[in-house]
Design a protein around this ligand. Structure first.
Ligand SMILES: [Zn+2]
Length: 170
């Protein structure tokens, strides 16, 4: 690897982003080329690399603080089991259907109204039928009037038919 190729890779080399083979080639060149080695030292001095320079103790403390912050943020999120079934249904509806809840509720209300309207009509119809059924079906006119002059065994009610005016009127 020549100087040009090594200098192009110096930042990546310091960030440990090179492949093992490239890292080995660059290190080998830096060991034999004072120019590139000097450049590498100056680059390391001026480039802030917090992740590589922080001591393990500070890093550990940083991770612990991050863990605590994440844990606190997680605790603020409502636990799925603690939410009411209504809230769960609301969330499911929002996630699954992407429909505005107001529209869904309006539709449900309309459906309920339609069912109620149908039920009330059915009830009214059944009430009407009951009223018709309890009306007397027999009237005084249906009761045969037996003239006293005709013996009961000889009496035959008139069978007049409007279609056949001749009938068999006795
Ligand atoms: Zn070189």
């Amino acid at each position: 690897m020549n100087c040009r190729a090594v200098r192009k890779r110096l930042v990546a080399y310091q960030d440990r982003e090179l492949s093992p083979a490239e890292t080995e080639q660059v290190a080998e060149h830096l060991g034999s080329c004072s120019g590139c080695a000097g450049l590498e030292r100056r680059l390391a001095a001026i480039t802030p690399r917090p992740c590589l320079q922080v001591d393990p103790e500070t890093q550990q403390a940083l991770w612990e603080r991050l863990d605590t912050a994440v844990q606190e943020a997680m605790d603020e999120v409502p636990h799925p089991r603690s939410e009411s079934s209504w809230a769960r249904a609301h969330r499911w509806l929002a996630e699954e259907t992407r429909l505005p809840t107001a529209a869904v509720l309006a539709y449900a209300a309309l459906l309920l109204l339609a069912v109620a309207w149908g039920a009330s009509n059915w009830w009214a119809a059944s009430q009407l039928q009951t009223r018709l059924e309890i009306q007397p079906t027999t009237t005084a006119l249906d009761t045969p009037i037996l003239p006293e002059a005709i013996p009961a065994d000889q009496y035959r009610p008139a069978a007049y038919s409007p279609d056949d005016p001749s009938g068999d009127d006795p």
